[in-house]
Write a protein that binds this ligand. Structure first.
Ligand code: AMP
Ligand code: GLY
Length: 422
């Protein structure tokens, strides 16, 4: 079959890598891809937000399966357009993608269907939001309603921080139109985990649980990022917790979406806070996580094309989804300055040596302007290794990381520390 992946980051490199291992795949394209992806797929220069250009490409190149990586094309209705043109595509419709694209939609859905999440209130004007915050007290969490590239969340330890968060989102429009509405949420304590699941709209098949590391510095210090590393399986999600996540979060969410007239197909990502009360939803995403995908897919034994087709065709219940034993770790190598303004254009060396260590190198923000691969994004590479257990996977990953250098390279030294402590 002929497959097209949409996107250009580490998540998409991992998707392409896994799809490339399927004996069913004869040709693999990625739009727009990156230099790492270019080693295993044909990269095509297409605007990922131009639905019609993508539809035309898929029709002309007789694509049998398209896989969407990032949220923007989903929110832009790419799945609806492909489907209307008779093309198979993995991901939720525009309406269903609101589960990520509008935090108030997601919160209202969870409230209506009793899915455990933090208490909240929604505001469209700054004054009422501030009055609520003063009455509520701190800690409290302020979130821009719309898509803000993972940055529209302020976890405020004081009332003042929360109030200036309201100013930034609603008055200064730091996240543009995403901030015309805010969600103010109760603060949750506990340990976070990400449970991604395949779904055909009726059946839910969870993937191995992963844990992301969102802060830039070791010990979870400093500003939030897109994710500095991940590992799977995450032991905080015990078998009992996973059963709860399926029964109390994922299954009800899928049933709710169907009841609301927007059945959800694709990958549903539940970002969870886990404490003595059990799991609570921090957010839903309408796509695979990044970097979670870089540790989850290397542990998937089954053919991803078969699972994705089953999600589209509605027969996931009859499809085997098998996982490997062992553990996977991904360490993100980021550019100096990330998550603020960052350096670009530095030559990366040691990629082959890292691969020789048995690591998988997923490109996130790289370019190949000439002979050399250079940095071109905030998150530059995801170095991943799989081993029989977590400690070995951590060691193997950091051995490979030690081979790679570029000017200003920064990364966390403590990926998986919570699990190793247990
Ligand atoms: P989100 O973009 O909603 O995933 O939020 C980004 C990060 O903010 C999460 O990964 C959490 O670390 C933190 N966060 C979000 N909501 C809450 C909450 N209600 N309580 C505590 N931390 C939160
Ligand atoms: N790693 C967080 C996310 O993909 O949203």
């Amino acid at each position: 079959m002929r497959v097209l992946v949409i996107g250009s980051g580490g998540r998409e490199h991992a998707l392409v890598w896994k799809l490339a291992s399927s004996p069913r795949v004869e040709k693999l394209y990625c739009a727009p891809g990156n230099p790492g992806i270019g080693e295993i797929a044909e990269c095509v220069k297409l605007d990922i937000n131009d639905n019609m250009a993508l539809v035309r490409f898929a029709s002309e190149h007789k694509i049998d399966l398209t896989v969407v990586g990032p949220e923007a094309p989903l929110a832009n209705g790419i799945v609806d357009q492909f489907t209307a043109n008779g093309l198979k595509i993995f991901g939720p419709t525009q309406q269903a993608a609101l589960i990520e694209g509008s935090k108030s939609f997601a919160k209202d859905l969870m409230e209506k269907y009793n899915i455990p999440t933090a208490g909240y209130a929604v505001f469209t004007d700054a004054e009422s939001a501030k009055a609520y915050i003063k009455q509520h007290g701190a800690p409290v969490v302020v979130k821009a309603d719309g898509l803000a590239a993972g940055k529209g969340v302020i976890v405020a330890m004081t009332i003042e921080e929360a109030l200036s968060g309201i100013d930034a989102i609603m008055c200064d429009k730091a996240f543009g139109a995403a901030g015309s509405q805010v969600v103010v949420e109760d603060y949750l304590s506990g340990e976070e985990a990400s449970v991604l699941a395949f779904t055909d709209g009726k059946t839910i098949v969870p993937m191995v649980a992963a844990q992301d590391h969102k802060r830039i510095f070791d010990g979870d210090k400093g500003p939030n990022t897109g994710g500095m590393g991940a590992y799977a399986p995450a032991p905080v999600v015990t078998d009992a917790i996973m059963q709860q996540v399926v029964a109390e979060v994922l299954q009800p969410a899928i049933a709710a979406m169907e009841k609301e007239g927007c059945p959800y197909r694709g990958c549903l990502y539940a970002g969870l806070m886990i404490n003595a009360d059990g799991p609570k939803v921090i957010e839903f995403n309408a796509r695979f996580g990044d970097p979670e995908t870089q540790v989850v897919l290397p542990l998937l034994e089954s053919d991803l094309t078969v699972i994705m087709e089953a999600c589209i065709d509605g027969n996931l219940a009859d499809t085997e989804v098998k996982w490997k034993d062992g553990a996977a770790v991904c360490v993100v190598l980021a550019a100096q300055g990330y998550p603020s303004a960052y350096r670009k254009g530095d030559v990366i060396s040691g990629l082959n040596q890292a691969t020789e260590q048995g690591a998988l190198i997923f490109h996130a923000g790289t370019a190949k302007p000439g002979e050399h691969i250079t940095t071109s994004g905030g998150r530059v590479l995801g170095v991943t290794a799989v081993a029989s257990d977590l400690l070995n996977a951590v060691n193997k990953t950091y051995d490979a990381v030690g081979r790679i250098t570029f000017n200003g390279m920064q990364y966390r030294r403590d990926i998986a520390y919570r699990a190793l402590k247990k």
